[in-house]
Design a protein around this ligand. Structure first.
Ligand SMILES: NC(=O)c1ccc[n+]([C@@H]2O[C@H](COP(=O)([O-])OP(=O)(O)OC[C@H]3O[C@@H](n4cnc5c(N)ncnc54)[C@H](O)[C@@H]3O)[C@@H](O)[C@H]2O)c1
Length: 335
């Protein structure tokens, strides 16, 4: 029976500006698989598909494997397209690390392997976090607005970073890289994680503490938690200082946008950096020290090379009868 690999990851075929030799490597891996299958495997690239659009079962006709962006794989959809449900899908290879777009319990129940691409986007995202910290501290967007309008400096001077207290919420791969990069500024490190890594804290002179202490005492607060719930809301912001700068290069959901907006506007905190599209259309960012970007933290050449190759490897492994290296729902194999 013919099998189809569907590629929905939007930047899977992107050009590599700084690493042209790596360009096309992942596509070559899939092409090789198709070429050696005597016409049994077909690859369909639909990288232009908007990940926010709900999936339709018809798009997955004969699809065995998908290289997935952030489109939602819910129970209802999986029951219709999975091999143990009404279709042929056997693997969702996430182009990235997060898998909140997939109902993992349902995937396991319907026999769909979920693999991801951990690690490769961590350093690029940490670099982006560091630059966002600097830009919020320096009120970069406001500086740009005045200078580009031919005006001289307006508003307060920028904040220094050196010697300040850095509060890291979520000390997984990216949080740890951020600490590594920020050490050059001689920062004191406070950390909060629901699963603290005490060995790492000892080795890096970091001190785990409560979320409340971080909000009250840190000068720079940066979020790197893999949670799908709000961590910073009105209560936490109330604890912060007028010079606190808050950065969220993890997930939009972690911070209550409306609460942080009010705080920046009323000069309750210094500023906010968010690596997500601003969804509060009624709240204009004009003239405020709030910097937003379209979730581009990992969107560097190296980040993309890693995600392209790792997501393709998982599919090649699966189609060759091997378990992919980075399984998210191991239970599906043991079933
Ligand atoms: N901006 C981007 O382009 C980009 C790219 C990659 C990852 N991310 C996001 O960055 C975040 C970190 O990624 P990672 O690779 O370091 O993940 P990770 O799994 O290595 O680390 C996440 C850490 O968060 C901790 N955590 C979970 N819930 C928490 C909570 N409620 N409070 C405190 N700590 C909590 C976990 O214990 C873990 O140590 C994730 O949210 C991920 O989605 C963003």
């Amino acid at each position: 029976m013919k099998q189809k690999i569907l590629v929905l990851a939007t930047s899977f075929l992107d050009e590599m500006i700084t690493h042209p030799k790596e360009e096309g490597k992942a596509k070559q891996m899939l092409d090789q698989l198709a070429n050696s299958s005597n016409g049994q495997i077909e690859i369909e690239y639909r990288c232009g598909r908007y990940p926010g659009a709900p999936l339709q079962a018809e798009e997955f006709k004969d699809v065995t494997a998908v290289i997935a962006d952030l489109e939602q794989y819910d129970r209802e959809f999986l029951s219709r397209v999975s091999k143990n449900g009404g279709g042929s899908l056997g693997i969702i290879s996430r182009y990235g690390i997060g898998c909140t777009s997939v109902d993992l319990d349902a995937a396991t129940e319907f026999g769909v392997i979920v693999a991801n691409a951990p690690g490769c986007n961590a350093l690029p995202t940490a670099e982006w976090t560091q630059s966002t910290i600097m830009d919020v501290a320096g009120r970069r967007i406001l500086q740009y607005n005045t200078a580009s309008a031919g005006k001289s400096k307006e508003g307060p001077s920028r904040l220094d970073i050196t010697g300040k207290t850095l509060g890291v919420i979520g000390t997984g791969t990216i949080g740890k890289y951020v600490v590594k990069l920020m050490k050059g500024y001689d920062v004191n490190i406070l950390a909060y994680d629901i699963y603290p890594d005490h060995q790492w804290a000892n080795d890096n002179n970091a001190r785990y503490t409560s979320l409340e202490e971080i909000c009250s005492n840190a000068d720079i607060i940066t979020l790197h938690a893999s949670s799908s719930e709000v961590i910073i809301g009105h209560g936490e912001i109330d604890l912060m200082k007028p010079t606190t700068l808050l950065v969220n290069c993890a997930r939009g959901i972690l911070v209550d946008n409306r609460a942080v907006y009010k705080a920046v506007k009323n000069e309750k905190i210094w500023g906010y950096g968010l690596d997500e599209i601003w969804t509060e259309k009624d709240l204009s960012l004009d003239g405020l020290n709030i910097i937003v970007s379209s979730h581009v933290g990992s969107d560097s050449d190296m980040g993309k090379i890693g995600m392209q190759v790792m997501s393709a490897e998982a599919v090649v492994d699966y189609m060759s009868g091997k378990a992919p290296k980075h399984l998210v729902n191991q239970e599906v194999i043991n079933k």
